[in-house]
Design a protein around this ligand. Structure first.
Ligand code: SAH
Length: 252
């Protein structure tokens, strides 16, 4: 199996890349695709950039040019479920494109993807289960070895959890309580919002390959969503998702 790992944080790609053995790289369409091994798996690793177009172009290249047959997407997200806190890890069990709306056409529901006949992309429950276990093991065993207590304190992270649920993706950074309420009303079991996951899930679905999306909650998508992003990513989030992905590959 060839696994494609796409990250929306350069720092996390950098951390994963440092662990890879026998790596070589190629530049295509303004992305650097790193090829190598992680825990005996054949891996293609790439910084996807942000947004649905960037992520789907990258996912398609991974499949078409490098022949990957499994996609993993990682990054940060805005937690919209009030139970979620900054630093929690979310594993998608379903993905929706929240800015897709052609419901003015007869028989089309809101969020339905034109010509595909579906509005969401569920993830295989065995794959979700594997990712949840890996992330939980990372939090339990590796968190305090990899992230400083000062960084955890700075972002008020006390007891981070792993949660699975629906992730909604769209081409906008959401930082509005009203928008969060609107989306929660329309999308059942909505956990968090981000800008890439459901686009990658659509590409994976169209090519008939599995796809996993893991996210660290960086903000609550509310009126105070703009935190010190660069600092949160370098000192916290990159370790959370990179650590969970490494655990997943180790325990595969
Ligand atoms: N890493 C950048 C910030 C990028 S923000 C920096 O250092 O400044 C966009 C990224 O964060 C995307 O990958 C998106 O998926 C994710 N994201 C986090 N919180 C989000 C929110 N509230 N709404 C939408 N996307 C969010």
């Amino acid at each position: 199996m060839k696994i494609g790992i796409l990250g929306a944080m350069e720092e996390e790609i950098h951390l994963l890349g440092r662990q890879m053995t026998g790596s070589s790289s190629e530049i295509r369409g303004k992305r650097e695709y790193l090829h190598g091994q992680l825990f005996g798996h054949d891996i293609y690793l790439v910084f996807s950039r942000w947004g649905k177009v960037a992520a789907s172009a990258t996912a398609t290249t991974l499949i078409e040019r490098y022949g990957v047959d499994y996609l993993i997407f990682t990054g940060v997200a805005g937690g919209v479920d009030p139970q979620l806190n900054i630093g929690d890890i979310v594993i998608a069990d379903n993905l929706i494109q929240h800015d897709m709306d052609v419901s003015f056409l007869p028989q089309m529901k809101e969020f339905e993807i034109p010509l595909l006949g579906r509005a969401d992309f569920p993830v295989d429950s065995r794959e979700v289960e594997k990712a949840v276990m890996a992330a939980e093991n990372w939090l339990r065993q590796d968190l305090i070895k990899q992230v400083t207590s000062e960084a955890l304190k700075e972002f008020a992270i006390t007891a981070p959890r792993v949660v699975c649920g629906t992730i909604a993706s769209g081409d906008q950074f959401i930082s509005s309580n009203d928008k969060v309420q609107q989306l929660r009303k329309k999308i059942p079991n909505l956990c968090c919002v981000e800008m890439e996951g459901a686009a990658v899930a659509q590409v994976a679905y169209e090519y008939g390959i599995p796809c996993l999306v893991l996210r660290t909650v960086s903000d609550k998508a509310d009126d105070d969503a703009i935190i010190d992003f660069p600092r949160f990513i370098t000192s916290v989030a990159a370790f959370f998702t990179c650590g969970s992905v490494l655990r997943l590959l180790k325990e595969w």
